[in-house]
Design a binder for this molecule. Structure first.
Ligand SMILES: [Zn+2]
Length: 287
């Protein structure tokens, strides 16, 4: 059949970027499971690696040829290299430019966000925060709209015309992402009962859902638009203390918008994203 073979030809060329976080993985409810200094982190690493592998397998089921996985949690050394699917290449380690977006650039056709969580300040969301713990960043806005790690990284992928096709995490995180892109394939693996409590499906069930979701995401890629900001990206960051705002304000292009709020605006979202990541580091250093 001509239609089927031309679709197969198109799918064979697909390159997928996977950005992996940890708080949104099935079976994870408390900080210690995601903290590299905790003995519970070892199990978290394994659970995360297997969910990422499920997403890769789903992509390969749909005919994807190339997968780059970016470890984006904490010090970005969480995925177990030996256990990671051999068809994927791994971006890991921190500090680095572009943090959760490291490895993304021109040429990717789809982004998968695996193990993601909701924005700082979201109720009934497992381990909600935005790019730093909740003692550093209270809220991040773009053009007045509150953002999450998913949306901030999603706009970064969008700057390279790459849509976020798959998003996995807790129920609050997935519904928050749907507010930005309705078409994204969302996979819910648990429900937050409190900030550090969850009701989760079994990890194996989560992986089955993620694999199926990844396959569906690639198959209907043409109907998932890249995330784009219309016009100038106006960034506002509410940090927790005045000392943090003072630290951010040392960057000449950054404006102090309030006692604990700093801002920056540009037509170029890649620049805004990079500056935002630098501000998070400056604020964290002022704790
Ligand atoms: Zn995170």
């Amino acid at each position: 059949m001509r239609t089927a073979s031309s679709a197969a030809t198109r799918i064979r060329c697909v390159r997928v970027f996977v950005s992996a976080d940890m708080e949104g993985v099935a079976g994870i409810a408390r900080d210690e499971q995601t903290d590299p200094s905790s003995p519970l982190h070892a199990e978290g690493r394994r659970l995360l690696t297997l969910e990422v592998n499920a997403a890769i397998e789903g992509a390969l089921d749909a005919g994807v040829q190339e997968v780059v996985v970016s470890d984006g949690h904490w010090n970005c050394v969480n995925l177990l290299p030996e256990e990671l699917h051999p068809r994927a290449e791994l971006v890991s380690g921190f500090p680095r430019r572009l943090y959760m977006g490291a490895g993304m650039g021109p040429g990717f056709d789809a982004a998968f966000f695996v193990g993601y969580h909701a924005a700082a300040g979201t109720p009934d969301a497992v381990l909600d925060h935005t790019y730093a713990d909740d003692r550093v960043v209270r809220e991040v806005r773009l053009c007045g709209v509150p953002q999450s790690e998913g949306s901030l990284t999603g706009y970064f992928c969008g700057a390279f015309d790459c849509p976020v096709a798959l998003f996995t995490g807790d129920a609050a995180a997935v519904s928050q992402m749907h507010e930005f892109v309705l078409e994204v394939e969302g996979v819910v693996v648990k429900e937050g009962l409190a900030r550090q409590a969850a009701r989760s499906v079994h990890p194996r069930v989560a992986r089955e859902r993620i694999r199926a979701g990844a396959r569906r995401a690639v198959e209907r890629l043409d109907n998932i638009p890249p995330m784009r900001l219309s016009g100038r990206a106006e960034l506002e960051v509410d940090v927790v203390t005045t000392a943090m705002a003072e630290s951010c304000e040392r960057v000449p292009c950054v404006r102090r918008l309030g006692p604990r709020t700093v801002g920056y605006a540009s037509e170029d979202y890649v620049e805004v994203y990079r500056l935002f990541l630098a501000l998070v580091d400056l604020a964290r250093a002022a704790v």
